[in-house]
Ligand binder design. Structure first.
Ligand code: KG4
Length: 338
């Protein structure tokens, strides 16, 4: 009999459901929420309400695309946290209700484990996966971490941001330039036409493998504020160079810790994950660094970089095989380390 896992993700502003059967991805449906664009950031209460509207059609569509019935499922895996509590409650409650109704086990998944394990999602049996132990640079709107991964269930954060995340640096600087939310993809696109050496922004001095991005945001803000006083059209005229220089600075900061972490841990495989790993500059820079150090780089398909249920189903599949089920009374959590 097949092991068929339904994954449910609702930690932020994407409602997603996916089906994994015997380790192979059968469907991955994502409903992104457009409602937040008008506010320049995710509004938690609106996110919960849209999750409620989306969850039934998204799960139905994931089952339909996978060609399985609810009765065929072996277990339900869901994101327990970290994330927005209201949003997490929608996925958690739905997963619990479905598990009770079908009388099958429930598996809780840490969202960050999901991002790391997104490299183990197989669409074809011959797809390759990283070798343990490996390092994962996890960079998203809420996290910037270097994770030492020993096995699907054992991972340790060896460095993390002490303030803003890399995605926040992209989004907040984009907002200062008047770009729509989320700004990361816009900066990525515009940066390709600019000169990355034109502007210099401040870089942090943090201990060990820890990151900091709030100083960069302040330095960016002050550069623009002073320049706009002299020339009101400064941003308009220099947008491409500003985006390219900002993106280059963020990449330099990320690599300034990733490189020593690779050297000092001696890992042979390095992965990236999270929304910011969709950035073309980050992808290229990590590939180049790994090439230079002679280690293998794992750059995820763009569809698996942002929040998705395929990674939740994958992480759930590992826990299901070890019979690591959770109690129906388990509450979601907003914050956590891995
Ligand atoms: O992992 P994710 O979908 O969820 C959150 O943690 O919220 O990451 C979202 C973040 C946002 O900050 C977004 O601007 C950033 O990922 N992002 C990018 C790109 N695509 C998404 N940042 C830079 N370049 C991109 N191409």
């Amino acid at each position: 009999m097949s092991d068929i896992i339904l994954g449910i993700e609702s930690s932020c502003d994407d409602t997603s459901a996916a089906v994994i059967a015997d380790g192979l991805l059968k469907s991955n449906v994502i409903a992104s929420q457009k409602v937040h664009e008008a506010y320049g950031g995710v509004v938690p209460e609106l996110a919960s309400r849209v999750h409620q509207q989306n969850i039934v059609p998204v799960v139905s569509e994931a089952l339909r695309q996978a060609g399985v019935r609810a009765e065929d499922l072996s277990a339900i895996a869901y994101t327990r946290g970290p994330g927005l509590l209201g949003s997490l409650h929608v996925g958690t409650s739905f997963a619990k209700g479905m598990a009770i109704g079908l009388d099958i086990p429930l598996v809780d998944v840490n969202h960050l484990h999901g991002h790391v394990l997104s490299h183990f999602i197989k669409e074809n049996p011959e797809d390759e996966t990283p070798e343990f132990p490996f390092l994962c640079l996890l960079v998203s709107g809420g996290n910037s971490q270097i994770v030492f991964v020993s096995s699907p269930s054992e991972m340790r954060i060896i460095g993390q941001t002490i303030d803003d995340a890399a995605g926040e640096a992209f989004d907040k600087c984009a907002k200062i330039m008047g770009l729509p939310y989320p700004g990361g993809p816009h900066i990525d696109r515009i940066a390709s036409e600019g000169d990355p050496t034109r502007f210099k922004f401040s870089k942090p001095h943090t201990a060990g493998y820890d990151y900091s991005f709030s100083g960069l945001k302040t330095s960016f803000l002050y550069t623009l504020r002073d320049a706009v006083k002299e020339d009101a059209d400064f941003i308009e005229k220099n947008r491409a160079d500003l985006c390219a220089s900002l993106q280059k600075t963020i990449i330099d900061i990320l690599l300034s810790k990733l490189e020593p972490a690779i050297r000092e841990t001696g890992v042979r495989h390095v992965a990236i994950g999270g929304g910011v790993s969709a950035n073309s500059g980050v992808r290229q820079a990590v590939s180049d660094l790994c090439g230079r150090l002679g280690v293998r780089a794992w750059i995820p398909a763009r569809k698996f970089t942002t929040d998705n249920a395929a990674m939740v189903a994958m992480a759930g599949y590992y826990k299901y095989q070890k019979k690591e089920f959770c109690d129906l009374g388990l509450p979601p959590f907003a914050r956590t380390t891995i």
